[in-house]
Design a protein around this ligand. Structure first.
Ligand code: PMP
Length: 313
């Protein structure tokens, strides 16, 4: 095995198919169905070190999306949601993690290698590791430079975009490679109609005249849980939020733009294709929303208590 990537250095154990195994032993067969055909579903979740101790943010919603994604591919996850919850909490506790990223995955495993996966067993795993700001700490303050990708997002009648499926992430990988290769931090991907879909791993928000816009669910996007969080927080702060179509041109003339995502959290976008957005730094509405987002963990406001699953009870 190659050297362990730095991000996994402290990881002792991974939960795999019902038991905790040593990091090195969490393996799959090379004839795993999902390795060949991308037939897996997964989640990315964060646990924050909150004012009331480590707590998983919006675990129930992530778990629900995992089972819904699985449903699309007839993946019958052989564990109840409560079992995955217990395994995850136990994993975070035993790894001694206060804040971390959590990666549950369920996939068609080692079985006959044809396109029909129905004879392949469903394998399930959960890993957790510490992960800081996805696009960098500086990005949260200063914003990121993005480029509109030459790769389009597939539409939901080709591959359901509301399911978080491993295989189709090659689309996000292509967009990321292109953006980074051209010196940008991240991409914005358009849908087949040529309107804004999302980032490779983020949803997109736009601010104009003090109102907030984000791409609607029929624009070939993943229904991001951070997107839902941002909409709720913004509305509770009194902002008008519109779920709509956003054209490419509107990106360039926006007062503010930002990404949301479990990994990216709330990250300002300061330029698109070299065109400065607003003042070229984090705008006031983005700042307001980003503060409200991070205050959730610092302050644990009672009205959003349902969003937290405490690790220590
Ligand atoms: N779009 C895509 C394609 C993603 O991979 C993600 C990350 N899961 C998001 C949007 C944001 O979703 P969430 O806020 O649930 O992490």
């Amino acid at each position: 095995m190659t050297d362990r990537p730095e991000m996994f250095e402290g990881v002792d154990r991974i939960w795999q198919d019902g038991e905790f195994v040593n990091f090195e032993d969490a393996q799959v067969h090379v004839l795993t169905h999902a390795l060949h055909y991308g037939t897996g579903v997964f989640e990315g979740v964060r646990c924050y070190d909150t004012a009331e101790g480590p707590a998983i943010f919006r675990w129930d919603e992530h778990l629900e999306r995992l089972y819904e994604s699985a449903k699309v591919y007839d993946i019958e996850i052989p564990y109840e949601p409560a079992e995955l919850t217990e395994a995850t909490i136990e994993l975070i506790r035993s790894e001694g993690l206060e804040s971390c990223y959590i990666r549950p995955i369920a996939f068609y495993g080692y079985g006959p290698l044809g396109l029909n996966p129905s004879e392949s067993p469903v394998e399930t795993a959960i890993a957790a590791w510490p992960w800081g700001a996805y696009l960098g700490e500086e990005a949260l303050e200063e914003g990121v430079d993005v480029a509109v990708s030459s790769w389009r997002k597939y539409s939901s009648d080709e591959i359901p975009t509301n399911a978080k499926t491993t295989g189709p992430y090659v689309n996000s990988v292509l967009a990321s490679l292109e953006a980074r290769g051209n010196g940008y931090t991240e991409a914005v991907v358009l849908n087949e109609e040529g309107n804004v879909a999302e980032g490779p791993g983020e949803n997109v928000f736009l601010v104009r005249d003090g109102e907030i816009y984000t791409t609607g669910l029929s624009e070939s996007i993943l229904d991001g849980i951070t997107r839902q969080t941002a909409i709720t927080l913004a509305e509770d702060m009194g902002y008008e939020v519109h779920e709509t179509t956003i054209s490419r041109g509107e990106l360039y003339t926006a007062d503010e733009l930002f990404f949301t995502g479990t990994a990216a959290e709330v990250t300002p976008i300061r330029s698109v294709d070299g065109n400065q957005i607003g003042a070229g730094t984090k705008g006031p509405v983005t700042d307001d929303l980003q503060s409200a987002f991070f205050d959730l963990f610092e302050e644990r406001p009672a009205e959003y208590d349902d969003w937290f699953t405490d690790v220590e009870v």
